[in-house]
Write a protein that binds this ligand. Structure first.
Ligand code: HEM
Length: 442
């Protein structure tokens, strides 16, 4: 049986619905027609796969046939050939070379960095003043990754970097907008983006050069990557590859995590009973002291809150694969070069897989729950699955746990316009209005 087509609407109307809210439009199509569905949008026909068997087929069993290919070319001017954009053989060498730099053994030093950055951010919150939670979380996640990556090597004044990164984030947030002009068209936004990328590349090169010269470099992610060697060939990375990987880690790692933390704040604010229990757990485990790495596994309810947030609002809500040869999946024939969209946002809300799929219910992930983690595998994939599974998932989960635990210790955000919260799609799935809120100390 081939992948069914969403027939009842016009491609033009679909285009408008996609632009208004692509995640909800695709979810609606899957609910009406089936988890794997073809949707006409303007001149294009998109093939959406959300059924676990199809995801496993593409991401794991036939991962050699389905890769990134040209489907990610829109962000290549920024991210080059870093891990999230590459295919074997380069991808395989790079994954082998980089994997040890993300080993759990580095967790404790990351936790200390995360703790310091969070304390500074929370100290800066003025009780009662209105803030946008997404901006607070973006600043925290950006500082965490910059400090975990570079220690203090960027110098005291990080404003030029913040400015350039802001410009780049602005561009990246538009790359998935349908009908977007190609980068060679000299719009003011494109020109700003190109200047910012040139600046960032030059600065990165400077820091890499410094690191290569230092006899006792700080033990941060950059040093680990500078010293990393492919265990098979013994080769390290070229400067350009290193630069690409650093840029990729920065972009793959901070907006996603910031969105996760923002959605968790929103969901907790709307579920006071869960909020209360999470606060009680944090107080029982930590009291008023700062979290240590060994405390984090004891925060089991908070871990379930984070998992459930990632189910309802997976920041990497959609990713693409292109086939390298003629092939078949879900009963449908694909010709070499065709693209499929894999959509965790839809998979995570299928009523055939999840009971009351739109409800926030962290207990479905609690350790007492009878659901076996193995059964979630291709029904739950906020970090992807198969060989390309997120290399930074441990880092992200540590960060979300530290930040949310410290927030629960200190107070809470009172969300100002909960009725206006809508998921918006840029490069990631984020809270559309930035989540205006007031900080209420405990
Ligand atoms: C909540 C936070 C995060 C989410 C939801 C997330 C999600 C994902 C997903 C879905 C993929 C697979 C994409 C694909 O198969 O094409 C991925 C890959 C990747 N992520 Fe993450 N990520 C997060 C945080 C991080 C962090 C903190 C880092 C680094 C510090 C990171 C670095 C990467 C890299 C380098 C890849 C490419 C892996 C490969 O292709 O081998 N991510 N991420």
């Amino acid at each position: 049986m081939s992948v069914p087509v969403l027939k009842e609407t016009l491609t033009l109307a679909n285009g408008r619905a996609m632009a208004a809210s692509a995640p909800d439009f695709l979810l609606g199509a899957a609910r009406r027609v089936g988890p794997n569905v073809k949707v006409g949008v303007g001149p294009l026909t998109l093939t959406v796969l959300a059924q676990p068997e199809a995801l496993q087929h593409v991401l794991q069993k036939h991962a050699k046939v389905w890769g990134r290919g040209t489907s990610v070319d829109a962000i290549r001017p920024l991210l080059g050939n870093g891990l999230p954009l590459s295919d074997p053989p380069l991808w395989l060498t790079q994954r082998r070379t980089m994997q040890p730099s993300f080993h759990r053994a580095h967790g404790p030093s990351w936790v200390h960095t995360m703790r310091d950055v969070t304390a500074r951010a929370l100290d800066g919150l003025v009780p009662g003043a209105e803030v946008k939670v997404r901006q607070v979380m973006m600043n925290v996640a950006r500082d965490v990754i910059v400090r975990a990556m570079f220690s203090g090597s960027l110098g005291e004044d990080t404003r030029p970097y913040d400015e350039a990164l802001g410009v780049v984030e602005d561009y990246v947030s538009t790359v998935m907008v349908p009908g977007k002009l190609p980068l060679w068209v000299p719009t003011p936004r494109h020109l700003r983006f190109k200047r910012a990328v040139t600046f960032l590349h030059a600065q990165l090169q400077r820091v890499i050069d410094e690191r290569r010269r230092l006899e006792a470099p700080p033990l941060d992610l950059l040093t680990l990557l500078v010293q990393a060697k492919d265990p098979e060939s013994g080769q390290g990375m070229s400067d350009q590859q290193l630069r690409d990987e650093v840029m990729n880690i920065f972009f793959a790692g901070h907006e996603t995590t910031a969105n996760l933390m923002t959605w968790a704040v929103y969901l907790l604010s709307q579920h006071p009973a869960v909020h209360e229990r999470a606060e009680a757990e944090v107080k029982a485990v930590l009291g008023q002291r700062a979290p240590e790495p060994e405390d984090l596994p004891k925060l089991t309810l908070l871990a379930s809150v984070i998992r459930e947030t990632l189910r309802l609002y997976p920041p990497a809500w959609l990713f693409a694969r292109q086939c390298f040869e003629d092939t078949e999946v879900a009963g449908e024939r694909f010709q070499k070069g065709q693209v499929v969209l894999l959509v965790p946002y839809v998979t995570h809300r299928l009523s055939t897989l999840w009971s009351a799929p739109d409800e926030f219910d962290p207990t479905r992930f609690s350790t007492e729950s009878s659901t076996d983690a193995a059964t979630w595998k291709y029904s739950y994939l906020p970090f992807g699955a198969g060989p390309h599974v997120c290399i930074g998932n441990h880092f992200a989960l540590l960060e979300a746990t530290v930040v949310l635990a410290m927030l629960l210790q200190r107070g809470r955000f009172e969300v100002l316009e909960p009725g206006r919260v809508k998921p918006k799609m840029g490069a990631t799935l984020f809270v559309g209005n930035g989540l205006p809120a007031r900080f209420v100390p405990a």
